[in-house]
Ligand binder design. Structure first.
Ligand code: ZN
Length: 250
């Protein structure tokens, strides 16, 4: 039943991904997200509907603007595909329930924030702050426990201390993202933070090996790794916590 639901959710998932591209492109540039049709960022020409179909237009245009030939960037179709797959996975795993909808919403926000951090090195307040409020209220209404607010404060506090200790690596945007992660994940936010730090180690070690001490100044965007850790925690957090306690809990 949930598998069929997930398959049906793929097409609207692509459409949501397309809207996330609009948010991720316009919010850092302070443009309206509802007015005006999408434009090519190079030649400013308005896109016809058939050049704005998720994934398909990118493939048909071979990744270039129809008028000026400027590269569109693989991040656009990647955002659409990732959103569709994650929304489908949330409905498959959690069903068409409050929990499934909160999980799908959380994943969509993670994709949008990953895109803005990769493109603009920015985790926009206008996305993260309202999303945190919505998720915290929804989680507390669905399962009335202090867990969600406490996990949000704990995760935000943890990254706040990390950002003070290592300002080149993390920013206040990452701290606000941690608040959202705590509200969405509850106690398994610990898995998400730990996973994010581990995932971020891979490119950090690579840069350090390649560029030596100059790599310290290159600070990598951290939000995509927190997002990746969050997805792992959302789907397997409880299993991973149980495994941890069975191995090290004595
Ligand atoms: Zn163009």
């Amino acid at each position: 039943m949930n598998a069929a639901l997930a398959a049906i959710a793929l097409a609207p998932g692509l459409a949501v991904g397309s809207f996330l591209n609009v948010l991720a492109t316009r919010i850092p540039l302070k443009r309206s997200v509802v007015r005006r049709r999408s434009r090519c960022l190079s030649c400013e020409r308005e896109l016809a509907w058939y050049d704005n179909v998720p994934v398909a237009s990118y493939v048909l245009l071979r990744g270039r603007c129809r008028s000026c030939g400027a590269a569109i960037g693989a991040l656009y179709p990647a955002v659409e595909i990732a959103t569709a797959l994650l929304v489908a996975a949330c409905l498959w795993r959690f069903g068409l329930s409050g929990r499934g909808l909160v999980a799908a919403f959380f994943c969509a926000v993670l994709v949008a924030v990953t895109a803005t951090d990769l493109r603009h090195r920015l985790v926009p307040n206008r996305i993260v702050v309202p999303a945190t409020v919505v998720v915290l209220l929804a989680q507390t209404a669905l399962e009335p426990r202090p867990e969600w607010a406490l996990a949000a404060l704990g995760a935000g506090g943890f990254l706040f201390v990390a950002a003070l200790a290592y300002p080149a690596g993390m920013g206040m945007g990452d701290v606000k993202l941690a608040l959202l992660m705590g509200a969405a994940l509850g106690k398994v936010v610990s898995v998400a933070l730990f996973g994010g730090l581990i995932f971020a180690l891979v490119p950090s070690v690579y840069l350090l090996a390649r560029y030596g001490s100059a790599a310290r100044k290159m600070g990598i965007p951290f939000a995509p790794f927190l997002a990746l850790g969050s997805v792992v925690a959302l789907f397997s957090g409880h299993e991973l916590l149980d495994l941890y306690w069975s191995l090290f809990g004595g």
